[in-house]
Design a protein around this ligand. Sequence first.
Ligand code: HEC
Length: 214
Amino acid sequence: MRYFFAFILGFILLSLTVFGIAGRRGTDFRKPPLEIFNDMVRQAKLRPQVPNSFFADGRSSQPHVPGTVAQRVGGMNNDTWQGTAKNTGLTPGTTNFVATIPVPVTTAVLARGRERYNISCLPCHGAVGDGNGITKKIGAMPVVANLLDKNAIVIPDGQIFQIISNGKAPNMQGYASNIAIEDRWAIVAYVRSLQRARFATLEEVPAADRANLK
Ligand code: HEC
């Protein structure tokens, strides 16, 4: 019997404690109420577009880091809503690749293309585009397409853009998320210049430079 009363007393005390702490939710307090489990209303996060002292400029929303590449722009399938030749590599309203690069090609663009090619393509396709990059030498990729082959020469510029964007099955992945649209066209221009450098005739070389080649 003694144990029974002790149990009842303990139970009542325990209930009072629990109610005392947790049971008064929703009542008004002067001080913030004790929260055993804090509500999800309060989260340790920055809300968008509000002042915040965490960043130096005092804003919670920060501008993109310079050089951020827009995602899902320039892929062939998800981008028809912005169907310009520059974004898709296609003649608008058709499924035909554009024959020539739809942006102006300048010396600066070519230089940029060379730099970007050397970063993204050279490891596989080689410095001159012949497919003898380091991945072939170390045996990681036994066969890499030779960009100086007829096959790669006859395809339209828009198709090279498309291959850079989406890759080519089975062994080349797409670079749409790594290489900005302008840079993809710059690379196309540089690939064309590599092909030209390999197959130009002597007559196309300025007369003054011909002697150096012989
Ligand atoms: C990881 C290695 C790798 C990288 C990096 C790579 N490629 Fe490729 N590429 C390949 C392989 C392999 C093929 C052949 C596709 C296949 O049949 O698997 C190919 C095919 C191609 C083709 C088609 C050639 C043809 O004859 O049809 C083009 C054009 C091309 N690549 C351009 C590029 C450009 C431009 C870049 C840089 C943006 C690049 N590739 C980066 C491995 C690579």
